[in-house]
Design a binder for this molecule. Sequence first.
Ligand code: ADP
Ligand code: MG
Length: 486
Amino acid sequence: MITKEERAKYDVVVGLEVHAQLMTESKIFSGDGNAFGSQPNTNISTISLGHPGVMPKLNKKAVELAIRMGLACNCKITRFGYFDRKNYFYPDLPKGYQMTQDKTPICVGGYVPIQGVKSQDKVTLNRIHLEEDAGKSIHVDGQPDSLIDLNRAGVPLIEIVTEPEIFSSEAAGAFLTEVRRLVRYLNVCDGNMEEGSLRCDANVSVKLKGETKLGKKVEVKNMNSIKNVMKAIDHEVQRQIHLLEKGESIVSETRTFNPDTGRTSGMRTKEELNDYRYFPEPDLSPLQVSDEWLEDIRSNMPELPSEMKERFKEQYGLNEYDASSMTDQRDLAYFFDAICGITGNYKKAANWLMGPIKSYINEHDMTFSNFPIQPAALASIIALIDEGKISYTAASQQLLPYLFENPLEDAADAAHKLNIWQESDSGSIQSIVDEILASNEDKVKQYRNGKKGLIGMFMGELMKKSKGKVDPQMANKLLRESLDAQ
Ligand code: ADP
Ligand code: MG
């Protein structure tokens, strides 16, 4: 749509607003359950339904999780604040207002380091605030009615708001990847964008290179994956440059992304937006974070991915690459850590996870959180290979798939059952070697006269005789010793 030259004239400016549903037992202002996937309208009481006169009560755990995220993102924690009412009308908002933190967000400033982007190594945050989610309107194709599920009404959220300081779709993708990793490591949110527990709105603008004033921004909603956020930004950049190059101006508006076309289309202009008439929430007392409470939250923080990576290098001697791979996803990191609590062969544990296990998981569309084989079973597989009891090939190609179907079975028992247990007792291998040498006298002679290449033939015989069940390294050693002994 636009030429390379046109594109090169402009800078991209993006600011993201990320909503994360907090993993609490109950909602933010009531004891109603907070479980995804419940029957519609079952996790509700008069509070979630917004009946007049009911009194909200702030969920302490929700505040703790927000502070956890703030500490992980290097924010300043607000010690005295209050909630605000944001007033607007929407069918899935029965109270007619949303309780949020407008003036006194729980976390202020901070930054998130990002990886793999040349031009940028961190994203500056404006704030992280707490708020309640709204209900959900469900529109079924071809049906005239809208259905409303209020289970989501009052689900605790944090909203992470960045400064307009993300300068490419790649940086936006890297930021979201890191935020998702952080919320998962911190047990703050399950990070599932498809189910909507992690959601992102992208504010996108462009400006001529060298211009200091920011361009007019467009807000894009409705992206359910990191890839789609990046696609939406790329499309929006093209569209805006195209308009500006035609001499038109950008309309500040909210647009929606269509994943099927990869395009955005207008929903409403800023001018049509409500004035939210914010005012302090009168039904909740102010929120005070004491020194003791803050210290308690800080000292109970789960390990951050960056901390875990350093520990893996130090404790398990992993190199930078392996330590990064092992901490890429939370569930993988904990799985690896658990195997290393049993095996001493840390490098092999990492190789197994990066190699056969990861392929298996990808092929079967699983994750490490629902991987059925236990860390202890993998530690035994590694030990069996190290002791020469099974070969790596048999372990990865036969034992692994078998244990996957029979996860409770002992690895050694399974190896016997699969007939992949190899002879590593030197006595019994030696007797096969002796047999082979005795029945191949001329070949032995030729070998001893210098035709060393025959070793391959002898190994082949040995494997055939033993049905492949000898430890090849030991077999090779014993064979050479016998042949070389004149
Ligand atoms: P609004 O008044 O529309 O709510 P805010 O100033 O509160 O705007 O910012 C909302 C989000 O939009 C933030 O993430 C911010 O970084 C981003 N943003 C603000 N201005 C721009 C801009 N010109 N281009 C891109 N993003 C922007
Ligand atoms: Mg705003």
